[in-house]
Design a protein around this ligand. Structure first.
Ligand SMILES: C[S@@+](CC[C@H](N)C(=O)[O-])C[C@H]1O[C@@H](n2cnc3c(N)ncnc32)[C@H](O)[C@@H]1O
Length: 382
């Protein structure tokens, strides 16, 4: 009997799924496989990525199917039904199958959050200050966010990485929740800031744009290879007001500077990215949560002395567990009498207006972005 012909996109997606494992996350497998495929249209590459992520979003529902192709077909059918009518999966079933059982002990698991996890994530861009309207006029499928005017939701079909605008550093791919972090830092031109866990520089670039490229911005990370990528990105974005330096997160700080503001965008369990990165639901453990919480508490303690009296300390994590959010805040408050919680300006998060708080939990369903926890303090003046 002839096997049904599987579309090339699905064949490649199946190859990616087969080569994904504990040591090779789906996004790394995707990059590796796509690199080897010749003559792939950009639209096909997007479809392959979507198919792989749909597979992991419906992972537990596929257990009884045999073979990757059959599982993938079922995942695509479930995804199509869910997009037509989200209520077709009862909440109790989502609770049981969409996330591992340990999450309920670590965080508030709501029906809205579970539903958001099964949706296709939105692609967000961050435009250079004040240029989003012009971009949206030139790119069909680009929609400027009503609350955050430099954030653009992009649903078009152009391969953005190949556009002259991208190469000229006019925009970055950056999730809207990550954009909110730098906006809450609210650095001013001429100030001195430190992005302590800068990674590949997503928030460094944003902080620099908010500082209008004026003042000084240190970017550090424990992974040197990430800082190399950051350098490439700063070149493209024409960021001139930064210095990068290696820092292992220890007590010994890499500079003697006192800062107007320090951002600790800490390593975390990443539960806030489970919509975008569904395979991580099945590779992250409760043990990771407690280890990362301890690292986050240490990072905050280590950077605290580098902040000027009156200066700001901002802590952010793209996760939603208590151990990595409110517990970290409580530990810092208890051990650092020189600091007081900083009340953030009022902020509209989708339907929700948040005011008078010094820490914010941003749920994926609020803005259609990642989940994020953000807390702020000021060093007391005297
Ligand atoms: C959430 S990511 C940072 C993302 C980055 N800020 C951005 O916006 O693109 C956390 C970063 O912390 C770094 N990291 C992990 N453990 C660290 C430690 N103990 N000290 C300093 N950096 C650390 C990781 O290499 C990673 O780049």
């Amino acid at each position: 009997m002839l096997r049904p012909v599987i579309h090339k996109v699905h064949q490649i997606a199946a190859e990616v799924i087969r080569s994904t494992g504990k040591d090779k996350p789906a996004d790394a497998a995707l990059r590796e496989v796509l690199k080897q495929v010749k003559d792939l249209a950009p639209f096909d590459a997007t479809e392959i990525a979507k198919t792989v992520f749909i597979y992991y979003r419906w992972h537990v529902w596929l257990r009884d199917e045999r073979g990757v192709e059959a599982k993938m077909r079922l995942a695509l059918r479930l995804d199509e039904r869910f997009r037509a009518d989200e209520s077709f999966v009862p909440f109790a079933e989502l609770r049981e199958k969409a996330v591992p059982a340990w999450t309920a002990e670590q965080m508030e698991v709501t029906d809205d959050w579970l539903c958001s996890l099964q949706r296709e994530p939105k692609l967000w861009l961050r435009l250079k200050r004040g240029t989003a309207g012009n971009f949206a006029r030139n790119f069909s499928g680009a929609l400027v966010n009503q609350t955050f005017p430099d954030a653009v939701h992009y649903a078009g079909e152009v391969d953005l990485f190949k556009t002259p605008e991208f190469h000229a550093g006019e925009f970055e791919i950056q999730d809207i929740a990550s954009q909110v972090v730098s906006l809450l830092c609210d650095p001013k031109p001429g100030e001195t800031w430190w992005d302590t866990c800068a990674g590949e520089g997503g928030k460094t670039l944003h902080l620099s744009d908010l500082m209008q490229n004026k003042g000084l911005l240190w970017a550090s990370d424990r992974a040197e290879w990430r800082l190399l990528k950051l350098k490439r990105r700063t070149g493209r974005a024409k960021v001139f007001n930064y210095r990068s330096v290696h820092w292992d997160g220890g007590k010994k700080l890499p500079m003697k500077t006192k800062f107007d503001g320090v951002l600790v965008d800490a390593p975390c369990s990443g539960i806030g990215t489970w919509q975008r990165n569904p395979q991580a639901r099945w590779t992250t453990s409760a043990n990771d949560v407690s280890e990362l919480s301890a690292i986050q508490k240490n990072l905050l303690t280590h950077v605290a002395p580098s902040i000027k009296p009156g200066g700001k300390l901002i802590f952010s994590v793209c996760t939603l567990t208590r151990a990595e959010s409110t517990d970290v805040v409580d530990a810092f408050n208890a051990s650092q009498p020189d600091f007081e919680p900083m009340i953030f300006p009022d902020i509209q998060l989708g339907e929700r207006r948040v005011s008078g708080v010094s820490n914010i939990t941003l749920w994926p369903q609020d803005l259609g972005g990642n989940g994020m926890f953000i807390a702020g303090w000021r060093r007391k003046k005297s």
